[in-house]
Design a protein around this ligand. Structure first.
Ligand code: ADP
Ligand code: MG
Length: 340
């Protein structure tokens, strides 16, 4: 099996990379459709397996529509989104929020509590100051960072049923969990529309249900954090999800220092210590949030928290004198196939 895994991964990747929707003739009784779209600032690939063409098409179209719907509520950079409109209320938002917003914020707040604020959905003022999604490549002055730190504190967020209350100046950023959340939702929509299996890959967030068309678990590749063309390893997905957060996704370099988009709420600056974190979890929303959270927590605290939670497994990569090192939970190492 080990010898064949790289081959399988290549196969999976070519399957994933194949653009516009097309059916797979090799799969006997079922139809496979794939499509690719751009959402959440990333390429999203959807694969659907269904008993017939019409079902497959409906399932993939509905899933694609679900993915696009994130723009309406989750995307803080889009001024028309629910998040941006909440953030625009200078005196502090108070009112109802949508179902998806509530679900995502609840996960974010849970992870914030579990990590004592290393993960914090009120990080938005710092995200705006650093502006990694824009063209900015300057380090903000220390005084400006210090001024914003009091506006980052998840304990100030009140969420009762669908009623959200924020203090003046507080702004939310669900970017570290919304992508995973929408991947889960898209899979659910595929299943509700008659798909027998499905896979969604959005940047570093991947989840699937059912079996791949040729039988057996879906197999996903984990990107090498320093060699973009190369995979670090492969992992079978049994109705589970994987998300990776790394310092290579959005960053700039200045005087030999890498400034990336994963911020430590304690300092206001990029979290130091790790290169990338991959988390395996029952849902992609959890995997996404925890990958970001563990990255910010760092090697020891991050690994300890993963070990503590039986439903989470993870891989932490870091550099020592330019050499990539790895640590992982026992459950992760059982599943991981390293690629030389
Ligand atoms: P990506 O979206 O690049 O796949 P992540 O899922 O790790 O990566 O999310 C990164 C985003 O999360 C950042 O762009 C920012 O909006 C937000 N973020 C950064 N630092 C934190 C933090 N400490 N807690 C919560 N969210 C954060
Ligand atoms: Mg994340």
């Amino acid at each position: 099996m080990r010898r064949f895994l790289p081959l399988l991964v290549l196969l999976m990747l070519s399957l994933l990379i194949g653009c516009s929707s097309e059916s797979d003739e090799a799969s006997g009784d079922s139809v496979v459709l794939q499509t690719r779209l751009f959402a959440m600032d990333t390429v999203v690939d959807l694969t659907v397996v269904a008993p017939d063409e019409a079902t497959a098409r409906r399932a993939i179209d509905e899933a694609a529509r679900t993915i696009q719907s994130i723009q309406v509520w989750g995307s803080a950079d889009d001024p028309a989104s629910e998040t941006a409109q909440i953030n625009a209320v200078a005196e502090g938002y108070s009112g109802s929020v949508s179902e998806d917003f509530v679900a995502t914020l609840r996960i974010a707040l849970d992870v914030a509590v579990s990590t004592a604020g290393a993960f914090d959905p009120t990080i938005r003022p710092l995200v705006e100051l650093w502006n990694f999604s824009g063209e900015s490549s300057t380090v903000p002055p220390a005084e400006e960072l210090a001024e914003l730190l009091p506006l980052v504190n998840y304990r100030q967020v009140e969420l009762v049923d669908d009623k959200l209350t924020l203090p003046a100046g507080y702004r939310l950023d669900l970017g570290a969990v919304a992508k995973g959340y929408i991947v889960d939702l898209a899979l659910q929509v595929m299943e509700e529309n008659g798909a027998t299996a499905g896979l969604v890959s959005a940047g570093g967030d991947v989840a699937g249900f059912g079996e791949r068309p040729t039988g057996g678990a879906w197999i996903i590749g984990i990107q090498h954090p320093r060699l973009p063309e190369q995979l670090f390893g492969a992992l079978p997905l049994n109705n589970a999800a994987v998300a990776t957060s790394g310092d290579y996704e959005r960053y700039f370099e200045l005087d030999g220092v890498r400034y990336h988009h994963l911020l430590d709420p304690a300092t206001g600056s990029p979290a130091r210590g790790l290169t990338s974190v991959t988390v395996l979890a029952p849902t992609c929303a959890e995997a996404d949030a925890w990958a970001t959270a563990v990255f910010v927590l760092g090697l020891e605290a991050g690994l300890a928290l993963l070990e503590e939670q039986s439903e989470l497994e993870g891989l932490l990569l870091y550099e020592v004198e330019g050499q990539l090192q790895q640590l992982m939970t026992a459950g992760f190492s059982d599943k991981l196939e390293l690629i030389e």
